[in-house]
Design a protein around this ligand. Structure first.
Ligand code: HPA
Ligand code: ZN
Length: 350
């Protein structure tokens, strides 16, 4: 077994990926045809080519319009988990979906969430990978629409729905606007996270102060991205000291921005932040959870032991309860020990 195979076979969690961002082009074209949606192009090699972050968000919304029936939702979550289990031994995931992308088509929250759950259950049976769901606020639509969505979520609880997230363009919906929506979610027992300080937005659009607002005003238990916080050492210190986990991606929507991303992730690690690797929108960004660990090895210089520690740290960053975490940790540790035994000795690991 070589290093690449070891990294792919490590058991993993992924706590930040968007179901609408997991469609392989062929599945997307299939669903678009079936549901009569016109895509920007029908070329497998071009459909996930983006001009910038805002272009990417538009394509994502267009993809969401292709997912219509309960069976479509089930297909998407099933294939997402199947692909990640095969490509990188994904064992557990917390997946985002945006109800607000689907409301304009007259799709009920129950249709989407129950469809997604059906796909997760089937994937768990077939591939042994478990998934839970995080409905995510589209911050661009404002506070009132967010409250309506959270009301829908808390009014129709499902065991697999465990948290609330928030994504899309940060400058169009700053964290402080969503205090009420987050309070309602927390009161209903949901855990909370938010996309914040993403590096494909400027420091003015996504400033470090937004991290403070996510912690102090929204009560976030976890943060998605966080790179721009590096501009303010006091914010970095706060996150390091409270140990909050940041889900960081090795890939983003624009290939030319990847080097900057890796530099940021390396700095965040060096600053002692609690990081967990995530794929975000895997086929759209040209990755999968196995490839993300390979990239972290190549570009962040992670050794075999450090990669295993990162996979294990991911378990602690999940929103599983303590008993479930203990069980998952134990099964990861056993699998990792067996894998390490197959790997030729690594100089960096002594
Ligand atoms: N950032 C903001 N919005 C998103 C993302 C992201 O990484 N992925 C899907 N929607
Ligand atoms: Zn994301």
């Amino acid at each position: 077994m070589n290093m690449d195979q070891y990294l792919r076979r490590l058991p993993k969690v992924d706590l930040h990926f968007h179901l609408a961002g997991t469609l392989q082009p062929r599945t997307l074209f299939d669903l678009a045809r079936k549901n009569g949606v016109n895509l920007p192009n029908w070329d497998e090699t071009k459909i996930y080519d983006f001009r910038d972050f805002y272009d990417f968000l538009e394509v994502l919304e267009c993809i969401a319009r292709c997912i219509v029936s309960k069976g479509d939702f089930a297909r998407v979550s099933y294939e997402a988990m199947r692909d990640a289990a095969r490509a990188g031994n994904l064992r557990y995931a917390e997946l985002f979906f945006n109800p607000q992308y689907h409301y304009p088509q007259g799709i009920s929250y129950a249709t989407m969430v129950d469809g997604y759950i059906e796909g997760l259950e089937a994937a768990q049976k077939d591939f042994g990978v478990e998934g839970r769901l995080i409905p995510s606020i589209n911050r661009e639509l404002g506070a009132g629409a967010a409250l309506d969505m959270v009301r829908d979520v808390v009014g129709q609880p499902r065991d697999r729905v465990i948290g609330l997230g928030m994504d899309c363009a940060e400058y169009k919906g700053k964290p402080h606007l969503f205090v009420e929506a987050y309070a309602m979610a927390r009161k209903a027992g949901l855990r909370c996270t938010a996309h914040v300080c993403e590096d494909n937005q400027t420091l003015e659009q996504a400033p470090p102060s937004h991290v403070m607002d996510c912690l102090d005003l929204l009560g976030c238990d976890r943060l998605d991205h966080g790179y721009n916080m590096l501009a303010d050492p006091a914010v970095v210190r706060r996150c390091r000291d409270c140990g909050i986990a940041c889900t960081v991606g090795t890939h983003t929507c624009i290939a030319s921005r990847m080097q900057k991303r890796w530099d940021s992730v390396r700095k965040m690690r060096d600053a002692g932040l609690n990081l967990t690797l995530a794929t975000d929108d895997p086929p759209m960004f040209g990755t999968d959870i196995g490839q993300s660990y390979v990239t972290a090895h190549e570009w962040l210089g992670l050794s075999a032991a450090e990669a295993a520690d990162l996979a294990l740290a991911g378990v602690d960053a999940t929103w599983l309860d303590d008993g479930e975490k203990r069980d998952l940790r134990r099964s990861f540790s056993d699998e990792i020990a067996a894998l390490k035994a197959e790997l030729p000795a690594q100089p960096a690991d002594g």
